[in-house]
Write a protein that binds this ligand. Structure first.
Ligand code: PMP
Ligand code: GLN
Length: 391
């Protein structure tokens, strides 16, 4: 007999990304579900990582990350947001954004704390909050309507959710799955929020370098009133077309970072040395970030113009490599049911947006929307469009 109850997360199963990728594989479908590119990282980057291995950089890296990579991250953030993070004390290299998020939540959320999430919310936040003993309080965005076909933040509701137990707000912009970005009015709203109650902001900026139509990433760390409250998390996975490398980073004021490092050092201790050395060497030689938005904007536009000829109506995406499509022309159904059906019958896998809500099967979590990943070769996108045109 094992001790009972065994599970700390009894209601949590596999992720929607795993489920839809497995279904895509089973059905030999095109996988526009889980977010990963079907092309390789830059050759020069692969070369830099292999050189690091041949140079003998194969043993443990320092716990917080190789200094040359932390310095490269510091100077990138300085030019992006005008804030000077100290490589020594404020930056930690992590095993993807995932580990950075988990360590931040475990380190900073105390039992009984409330953490505000913006719905739809990326899947890991709530289980991580619960493992820390906290409670997720989910604040839905205004869903798109015919008159106003975009997701919009509900700052009034956010403000009224604040109470003495509120400890943190998790932000994720550019937003997965909606593609919404933060505007300067949103940063104003965040400043008012912090003024009312000095909570922490956990800012998941995994898609920071994929922002469209000439806009640039607006991060809370660009505002002096917010930076002291913010833990910035990002990932090299999206930026380098290398989601499987699992290298990311986390930045925060030194006394906050000291707490996050206590969890990081006992979760993983340190991240793969040759990956870090290779990425640092590559960043010292190349402007790795500036072309990315343009690269993805062309893919977004290709998918949007193709979809306009089908019965799936594209919404607007301001950033990330995701696009939402409205499926209501195909009849009212739960999004998950439609995603499964399109995978089986049309041969294209997607992600139901309802999976990003606490109760995926409830009507208020279903807005007839599917998420498509356009980090795919043009030929893959064209083939998916050809299949959608048969609907
Ligand atoms: N946050 C968001 C919003 C994501 O979409 C993802 C995954 N794509 C992650 C975090 C995790 O990133 P990583 O693969 O670097 O762990
Ligand atoms: N972040 C990726 C997405 O949104 C999935 C990562 C994962 O499979 N956990 O598709």
């Amino acid at each position: 007999m094992l001790p009972t109850p065994l599970s700390k997360l009894p209601d949590i199963g596999g992720t929607i990304f795993t489920e839809m990728s497995a279904l895509a594989q089973e059905c030999h479908a095109i996988n526009l579900g889980q977010g990963f590119p079907d092309y390789s990282p830059p050759e020069a980057l692969i070369q830099a990582v292999s050189e690091a291995m041949f140079q003998g950089l194969n043993q443990y890296a320092p716990m917080a990350g190789l200094p040359q990579l932390r310095n490269a991250i510091a100077s990138k953030l300085q030019s992006q947001h005008g804030h000077a993070y100290k490589a020594e004390s404020d930056i930690t290299v992590t095993a993807g954004a995932t580990e950075a998020l988990m360590c931040s939540l475990l380190a900073l959320v105390h039992p009984g704390d409330e953490v505000l999430l913006i719905d739809p919310a990326y899947d890991l936040y709530e289980p991580a909050i619960r493992l820390a003993g906290g409670r997720a309080v989910r604040i839905p965005m205004h869903p798109p309507t015919e008159a106003d076909p975009v997701f919009r933040m509900n700052w009034d509701r956010m403000l009224s959710a604040l109470n003495p137990k509120t400890r943190m707000l998790v932000l994720n912009f550019p937003h997965n799955p909606t593609g919404v970005t933060l505007k300067s009015e949103d940063l104003d709203a965040l400043e008012s929020l912090i003024e009312k109650q000095p909570i922490l902001l956990l800012s998941d900026e995994a898609y920071e370098h994929i922002v469209f139509d000439g806009c640039s990433q607006l991060s809370p760390v660009s505002r002096p009133a917010l930076v002291e409250h913010t833990v910035l998390v990002s990932s090299f996975g999206k930026t380098f077309h290398a989601t499987g490398w699992k290298v990311g980073y986390c930045c925060a004021p030194a006394h906050v970072m000291a707490e996050i490092r206590k969890v990081h050092q006992y979760t993983i201790f340190s991240v793969s040395t040759p990956m870090q050395a290779g990425i640092a060497a590559y960043l010292s030689r190349t402007d790795a970030f500036s072309g990315l938005s343009n690269f993805y904007q062309k893919k977004r536009d290709r998918l949007v113009s193709g979809l306009k000829k089908t019965r799936l109506q594209p919404m607007h995406s301001e950033g990330t490599f995701f696009l939402l499509v409205n499926m209501s022309a195909l009849g009212q159904r739960l999004e998950k049911e439609m995603a499964v059906r399109l995978t089986r019958e049309i041969g294209v896998a997607s992600i139901p947006v309802s999976a990003f809500y606490a109760a995926p099967n409830r009507p208020e979590s279903n807005h007839q929307l599917l998420r498509l990943c356009f980090a795919k070769q043009n030929s893959t996108l064209d083939l998916a469009l050809e299949r959608f045109s048969k609907l």
